[in-house]
Design a protein around this ligand. Sequence first.
Ligand code: SAH
Length: 393
Amino acid sequence: MHTVQLKPGREKSALHRHPWLFSGGIAQVDGEPEAGATVRVVAHDGRFLGWAAYSPASQIRIRFWGFDEGEAIDRAFFRRRLQRALASRSQLALAGNAARIVHAESDGLPGLVVDRYGDVVVAQFLSAGPEAWREVIVDELMDLTGAAAVFERSDADVRELEGLAPRAGLIAGKLPEEVDIEEYGIRYRVDIEAGQKTGFYLDQRANRRRIGELATGADVLNCFCYTGGFSLAALRGGARSVVSVDSSAEALAAARVNAALNEVDGERAEWVEADVFQYLRKLRDMGRQFDLIVLDPPKFAPTAQHVERAARAYKDINLWALRLLKPGGLLATFTCSGGMSADLFQKILAGSAWDAHAEAQIVERFSADVDHPVSLNFPEGDYLKGLLLRKVA
Ligand code: SAH
């Protein structure tokens, strides 16, 4: 067992049970622990702080598994953590048959994301710790969930920062022909092999439902529509028309399949393959106006360093959306950038409204759904922020 000793005064975040320590806080490491090895982390004075996964290639050198000296990091530990995460999902009375069942740091399992789609479990091993425990985790997931298969989607960019190569494929069990899920009465086909992330954006589940409620009789514009989540919710909710825009042809093809699965009226739905930044301007040139607009862009600011460029992008799309909104119309606007605080996002929107010569008010706030908990010790986990703005007539 290797020991990692921190520099004087650098133990504070660990004492508050924050799960990360950066390389700059480390005074010395005895020996050369392998990637993902469990290390004993101590303060400069030798006081025990916690057990952690060591990640030699990453700036985030340490990710804590636990802070209890008496708790061994072994198979039983992972089983308990997975059981704890599953128990919290059963308690939450989630709609449908798909959920995030492990939300990484916030579920006490840094670097591990697991989404369940019906009988299939999709896992992402995003850092050296879970990578080292991959087989144990997969075994326990199969056992505890009773899933038919565990599929891996460790092909996210963040693995690079850990010195890990991307990897994807079936790890255990057998895949069904199609992976179909149900969410508030709407069916979605999930492409777990080639879809984005693990195949679907479960974090927006409750917000999609809310948009469905607000869409009755509305002309709706859904930007960054992916496989049609908000669009189908709006169509099902009785929208008069829904224009959906995404730059991915694959996503739009999947969206059309989803529309067909739900037999929502094809005449009301228009699917557009385009860059949203350009298409918003085009809609303006065409003189189009909408009652309800959804902006759910990808992460423009993955980390704090990208915030300035991201701010310009958020400002731009929201400015154009506000211009396209009828007086009294609603704009549901999101940021899933960890580097973008709720406060800054709101300020950017104020700038958009100013430049659009629009007066707008916040009528509702959105976050990720309840199966994406945020540990109080890990505020970075609060990544999805949204506002419902009303353009004052
Ligand atoms: N709202 C969706 C998830 C959106 S994910 C849901 O509920 O499922 C973000 C989407 O933005 C992706 O589908 C991606 O293909 C698309 N995208 C990224 N950059 C884009 C751009 N510049 N123009 C249009 N679409 C873009």
